[in-house]
Design a protein around this ligand. Structure first.
Ligand code: NCD
Length: 305
C-alpha cells in the first residue's frame, strides 16, 4: 500500500482496503506505537477558513510526535491579502515544509494545490466539497465503537447539501456493507451527484425529512450543523435554521441505543441533555482526530508504513 508522498484530497481517491489500512494505522498510533515518528518533519498549516478542531488537532498531532508546525490560521494575515494567487503561495510554502494541511473556501482548491506543490497536500476541507481526514477519524471512531463497519445502519442528519463531512462520509461508507439513512429538509438534501453514485454502486439508502420517519433502529446518527456560511440567501438559511434539535425523545424514536456523532462545532442541533447520556460519542470522536491525523501525516511523509 503506497502512501509515501501521496496527497489526501478526496475520499474518492481511496479504496476500501486503503481506508481499512489507515484505520488500522490510527489504532497502532493510539496504542502508542510510532512514538516520535514525525521527529524533524515540518507541517505547513494553511487555514483560509475558520477552524478549531481540524487545525489544532493537526498541530497537536505533529508536535506530540516530535514534529513542528508553521502556518497561519487567518488568510487575512497572509499574502493572499496582497493579491497573491493560491498557486504561488503553495509553490513558495513547498520550500518550507514536508507536508501541507490546507483548508480553503473554494471547492477544488486542495486538488489545485496538490498539482503545484512539491510535497503532499492534505485537504482539511475545500468549501462544501470534501473533508477526507474528518472521514478517516469518523470511520476510526465507528470502528472503535463497534469493532467493524460492515453490517451497520448509519443515519446522517441536518445539512446534507453543504456539509462536506457527510459528502465524504457517505462516499466512504458506500465501500462497506452499510445501510445509510439521510434525514434533511427538502432544500438541504444530499447532492444529486452523490445520490447517483450510491445508486450506481448498489448502496442501500433511504431519504426522509423527519427523525420519526426512520424505519428501524440506527447504530449511528451523525448529526451536522446547518452550514450558515454557505447560503447565498440569508432568508433561506433562516427558514431551515433550528430544523432539528436532537434530545432524549428523538433518540428513543431511533431505538435508544444509537451512538450520536457530530463533526462539531454544534450550534443547537443536539440538546445538552444528550451530552451526558451513553449515546454521545462526539467529544471522543473529536479526540480521535489526533491519532488519525498522526497516522496520515506519518504515512504521507514516509515515516509510518
Ligand atoms: C466541520 C467542517 O469544517 O466541515 N468541522 C470540522 O472540521 N470538525 C463541520 C462544520 O463546520 O460544521
Amino acid at each position: 500500500m503506497e502512501f509515501n508522498q501521496r496527497s489526501i484530497i478526496s475520499i474518492r481517491d481511496f479504496s476500501r482496503e486503503e481506508i481499512e489500512f489507515v484505520v488500522g494505522k490510527a489504532l497502532e498510533v493510539k496504542q502508542g506505537r510510532w512514538h516520535d515518528a514525525l521527529s524533524g518533519k515540518v507541517l505547513a498549516s494553511l487555514f483560509f477558513e475558520p477552524s478549531t478542531r481540524t487545525r489544532l488537532s493537526f498541530d497537536a498531532a505533529m508536535v506530540s510526535m516530535g514534529g513542528r508546525v508553521v502556518g497561519f490560521a487567518d488568510a487575512g494575515v497572509s499574502s493572499t491579502k496582497k493579491g497573491e494567487s493560491l498557486a504561488d503561495t503553495i509553490r513558495t510554502v513547498t520550500g518550507y515544509c514536508d507536508v501541507i494541511a490546507m483548508r480553503h473556501p473554494v471547492e477544488g482548491a486542495a486538488r489545485l494545490a496538490s498539482e503545484v506543490a512539491g510535497v503532499p497536500v492534505i485537504n482539511a476541507g475545500d468549501g462544501a466539497n470534501q473533508h477526507p481526514t474528518q472521514t478517516f477519524l469518523d470511520l476510526f471512531t465507528i470502528h472503535e465503537e463497534f469493532g467493524r463497519l460492515d453490517g451497520l445502519k448509519v443515519g446522517m442528519l441536518g445539512d446534507l447539501k453543504y456539509g462536506r463531512t457527510v459528502h465524504s462520509l457517505a462516499k466512504a461508507l458506500s465501500l462497506f456493507e452499510v445501510e445509510q439513512v439521510f434525514i434533511s429538509p427538502p432544500s438541504l438534501r444530499m447532492p444529486e451527484g452523490i445520490i447517483e453514485e450510491l445508486r450506481q454502486g448498489g448502496t442501500a439508502f433511504q431519504e426522509v425529512e423527519e427523525i420519526d420517519q426512520v424505519q428501524g433502529a440506527l447504530d449511528v446518527l451523525y448529526v451536522t450543523r446547518i452550514q450558515k456560511e454557505r447560503f447565498a440567501d440569508f432568508q433561506e438559511y433562516e427558514r431551515v435554521a433550528g430544523a432539528y434539535r436532537l434530545g432524549h425523545r428523538e433518540l428513543s424514536a431511533l431505538g435508544g441505543q444509537c451512538r450520536v456523532m457530530h463533526p462539531l462545532p454544534r450550534v443547537d442541533e443536539i440538546k445538552p441533555e444528550v451530552d451526558s447520556g451513553g449515546n454521545a460519542i462526539y467529544f471522543r470522536q473529536a479526540h480521535n482526530g489526533i491519532p488519525t491525523r498522526q497516522a496520515l501525516l506519518g504515512l504521507v511523509t514516509g515515516t509510518i508504513s
